[in-house]
Design a protein around this ligand. Structure first.
Ligand SMILES: *Cc1c(COP(=O)(O)O)cnc(C)c1O
Length: 379
């Protein structure tokens, strides 16, 4: 019985390896390793793909978010609203600029911020909202932008897991004031190392972000602000330039895989499947279902996962503990039970293998083996 990994980056490399190697070779022989033509042309290519005027490459998705907050002049005394059900980076950057993360519960269908609960969390210190298009499912950006406009708040989209996704026909990242992307290898558009980008239509913000990513430098060795060093390597830019033209077909492949899982898993009781919402074009960075048998401790889900692993299928848990209950955020004073939906789904979620090169036969195997585990667990 063949093992099925959660993601296999070697398969993608087999497909485009020759092109990637040639691009890497070009950079190596060019002698331009930081900045230069490959970075600049990737920035333009990425901005054009997103349908925005400005693309700024940087070292990671985390830095993209950090730079966006800094450029918006968010800092000590400010509050930024976000979801407690996300990767730590989303909230970590709020803390890193000296502001306070304020969490709002999520919607169980989409795993995203519950937009209807946002207004209640807004205070006179609130400066921005960071919606996260988690697992590649877009947030309802129409409702969110309406609200942000009403209260005069900046919107920073965390698109780390949603490169290429659309809400109402528009690419996520181009709807808020700033969009932040990660090119970590397992994201929909992944580099061969770390990388990230910020996109925006606001030229002043873009200028500020360009300066902050390079030590706050306005002209050579003149510094107006305390910045950081967060550049995208020329090598990574060259690799991303090769990969970007494939993104659409890779995302289409993920959508087909998600539809297959949906068909194969539909009649299984106790399994709640993720579903694309009307108005969205989801890109399925993860296919995350909920096992609703025992949602008080996560023991049932953990046991299913363990048995699945014994049968050669690696399923993942994104995420086992919501951010408001993380040790690092004890000091914010949140309580158990405060965000019941986020807390419950942390005990239920299981992400099945999904990546563009996964075969239908492998998906069938994942589902057969998952069904076996569910039957075993019940008796
Ligand atoms: C991956 C990720 C990030 C951070 O991106 P890095 O490139 O790893 O720094 C931020 N937010 C979310 C939701 C992510 O999944």
């Amino acid at each position: 019985m063949r093992n099925i990994p959660p993601i296999d980056l070697k398969r993608q490399y087999q497909m485009i390896g020759e092109q990637v190697s040639a691009a890497v070779q070009d950079v190596l022989t060019s002698g331009r390793y930081i900045g230069g033509p490959s970075v600049e042309s990737f920035e333009q290519q990425f901005a054009a793909y997103m349908g925005v005027s400005e693309g700024i490459a940087c070292n990671s998705g985390t830095d993209a978010l950090y730079l966006a907050l800094r450029a918006l002049q968010i800092g000590p005394g400010d509050e930024v609203i976000t979801t407690p059900f996300t990767f730590i980076a989303t909230a970590e950057v709020i803390t890193a600029v000296g502001a306070t993360p304020v969490f709002v519960d999520i919607d169980a269908q989409t795993f995203n911020l519950d937009v209807t609960q946002l207004a209640a969390a807004i205070t006179d210190k609130t400066k921005a909202i960071i919606p996260v298009h988690l697992f590649g499912q877009p947030v309802d950006m129409t409702a969110l932008m309406d609200l942000a406009e009403t209260y005069g708040l900046a919107v920073i989209e965390d698109c780390a897991q949603a490169t290429g996704a659309e809400w109402a026909g528009q690419k996520v990242g181009s709807i808020g004031h700033v969009g932040c992307f990660s090119f970590f290898p397992t994201k929909n558009l992944g580099a061969c190392g770390d990388g990230g980008a910020v996109v925006t239509n606001d030229q002043n913000l873009a200028t500020s972000i360009r300066q902050l990513r390079e030590h706050g430098m306005v002209s050579r060795y003149y510094h107006e602000a305390t910045g950081i060093n967060s550049r995208l390597d020329a090598l990574q830019a060259a690799i991303l330039k090769i990969k970007l033209p494939y993104l659409e077909q890779w995302n289409v492949a993920r959508r087909e895989l998600a539809a297959n899982y949906h068909q194969l898993l539909k009649p299984v009781p106790g399994v709640v499947l993720p579903q694309e919402q009307p108005g969205s074009w989801a890109v399925w960075n993860q296919y995350t279902l909920r096992l609703t048998q025992d949602n008080s401790s996560g023991r049932f889900r953990d046991e299913v996962r363990r048995q699945l692993q014994e049968l050669g299928v690696t399923a993942m848990v994104y995420y086992p503990l919501p951010l408001h209950l993380q040790p690092v955020y004890q000091k914010l004073g949140y309580q158990v039970g405060q965000f019941p939906v986020a807390e419950t789904v942390c005990h239920e979620v299981l992400s099945l293998p999904i990546f563009p090169e996964l075969s239908f036969e492998e998906q069938q195997q994942v589902v057969y083996r998952l069904k076996d585990c569910l039957i075993l667990e019940r008796v």
